[in-house]
Design a protein around this ligand. Sequence first.
Ligand code: PLP
Ligand code: ZN
Length: 419
Amino acid sequence: MTLVDVQKSTLDLGPARALSCRECGHQIPLAAEFACAECFGPLEVAYDFGTVTRADIEAGPQSIWRYRGLLPVPSDVSSHPNTDPGMTRLVKADRLAAALGVKSLWVKDDTGNPTHSFKDRVVAVALAAARKLGFSVLACPSTGNLANAVAAAAARAGWDSVVLIPSSLERAKILTTAVYDGALIAVDGNYDDVNRLATELAAEHEDWAFVNVNVRPYYAEGSKTLGYEVAEQLGWRLPQQIVVPIASGSQLTKVDKAFRELGELGLVEASPYRVFGAQATGCSPVAAAFKAGQDVITPVKPDTIARSLAIGAPADGPYVLDSVRRTGGAIEDVTDAEVVEGIRLLARTEGIFAETAGGVTVATAKKLIETGQLDPEAETVLLITGDGLKTLDAVQDHIGPRATIPPSAAAVREVLNRG
Ligand SMILES: *Cc1c(COP(=O)(O)O)cnc(C)c1O
Ligand SMILES: [Zn+2]
């Protein structure tokens, strides 16, 4: 992409050249801006990619920084302290495939990131960009996983952090943030209330980088690395179908963007792929709009155990609809009972313990197959974005030991014979 109307920025953010409005195309130099001054549309990073080869990427570090030539980060990004997430396993999920009745299935296991969710990817990119943009405090409103990732990345970088969470958040996600010893503040309200508060604070504090507010254009690009990794780990090709959980919807649109970029840059053959979205029924505004054939998202009040996806007014919802419709995918939603069943199915078949968002993805894939929306003959990837240890409360009433017995072999035999 050549950007003729914008002066080349003096900021070294790698191939990033400008911020471009998704709605009207208006461009501004790279800065800590997130909304278009002309039309209030969301700003997105625009690039001028040089030559990027598979060999360059393969010679890079075993982290998202191997894709630095495709991200808004400085070329020396790996020399600054960061959490260096990414290059998580892509697992061939044959037993889950058999259970679901599909031919070829992969699980991208993002529980393996430093704070056990995909949020480490977006936060690492936000931190790298924020450092160049002159910030000194890392902040966020969060539904949990982002809180973990921001607090940990700030600790590692030696930055202060300010993390705002709804007070109803799972205990595990509170403790796994608090341990990094930044300023963790619980707010009486839901995520959308906390998000509004963050937007207000971002305007007041010039040195606070709210990763998903005032540096959101950079942060959002971090999700592309999920798409890049899936393609590289498949041997530099695109899967035919991918199922992605939706909170704000950013991740889904960026996985789509990553697949398109890889095709355009000649790093993979530009083969057709379909993007599917997954939501919990208790917070499914994007699925509802998709099913109703609408272009606008009607906000909802979330009520689901899948709290990491509980964004009632998803900022990128309309762009999710674009991606899914353009690629010929679909969006489905599943009940909390199905979410728990999804978590258990993945654990039982593949030995992977996912958080509720993973349960949403697995259960949605099952529903998409059963309703004939997902092709069982086509190669499919499921994005498992967070670790089950963070949402134990979701499963605690459903699983446990088969029995409590005295320490005797006869008692063990008796329990096992019961089946
Ligand atoms: C945040 C989150 C997502 C989705 O994020 P988007 O806001 O849609 O980009 C998915 N899974 C988990 C576990 C998350 O924490
Ligand atoms: Zn605009």
